[in-house]
Design a protein around this ligand. Sequence first.
Ligand code: NAP
Ligand code: GDP
Length: 316
Amino acid sequence: MASKVILVTGASGLVGSAVQKVALEEHDVGDKWVFVSSKDANLESEAETMALFEKHKPTHVIHLAAMVGGLFRNLKFNLDFFRVNMRINDNVLHCCFKYNVKKCVSCLSTSMFPAKTIYPVDETMMHQGVPHESEYGFAFSKLMIDVMNNCYHRQHNCNFTSVILSNVFGPHDNFNLEDGHVIPGLINKAYHSKRDNLPFVIWGTGSPRRQFIYSLDLARLFMWVLREYDEISPIILTVDEEDEVSVKDVAEMVIEAIGFQGEVIYDTSKSDGQFRRTVNNAKLRKYLPDFKFTPTKQAIKETVDWFIENYDVVNK
Ligand code: NAP
Ligand code: GDP
């Protein structure tokens, strides 16, 4: 019999695809992995979520499913981000409790840190102020996961924890221009600008700064969190502070990876969003001082190659 039954929600998405790839590379561990998407259950529905847990009886859960999007989707749907994610998270965590799940790892986001703060921020600062207005609804839904994890621990001694993610990118990302994050959006735009001999338009000023993490690095860290990390309080999983880059920096990496040589325009009528969210990953570094992140330039090149190879599927 498998030693663990690990249910991964949101397994068809960016992070879930990377977790699947890394999990399937593990040999002889003896765990049973169950990867699900919205096709298996709509986690906004309590009944469907319960049926999913009843069917698979997981001992461990990696909870990735969420309404997700970049700055521009968040600006349009702040309320939906809050309501949808609150419903999903309440259903999943409650089923984890009802079905005696031994450990659940959920995802938070660096967008939930206070907008007015001193940088770099760390795990101890997440409830000290109100998040930036651009991703307000999404950010509060993430803060509430930590509140729920603490309440389940205090009242029922549950081992539900969370990881705090910065801007993730990689294969299987959402390359949709209106909905997705900046790196997939830039890859999509640069590809079409090169193909159609058009200017490459970057939204905003290009000055905002982010710590980007490659989905495959993140998936490796997820394996460690699942098996080794033993705190209820969250841990930041991202690159070191000195690896923070600007939107302009990543746009230049995308231009190089695509081989675009035309005109570059910054459309400053578009929002910049939050200027910075610099986090300190000292807690992660204390546990894993030697973990090596893929250099952003290399990871962007790998993502561009994946995008080109999978162009028909991504753009169908
Ligand atoms: P993603 O690519 O958009 O994937 C979202 C996943 O959630 C998909 O598998 C989707 O299933 C599933 N899902 C959405 N609504 C659902 C519902 N009602 N019922 C069941 N499943 C549902 O997202 P991601 O980027 O991998 O994000 C994974 C986690 O990391 C999320 O919790 C997100 O908030 C967090 N995070 C991501 C970033 C980032 O930059 N991407 C940054 C910080 C935190 P379908 O494919 O079937 O729709
Ligand atoms: P955030 O990191 O949560 O703010 O979300 P995004 O990944 O959407 O990044 C937003 C930042 O990238 C803002 O400064 C945008 O102005 C800038 N940006 C530049 N071009 C694009 C693009 O094509 N798509 C997106 N989503 N953002 C872009």
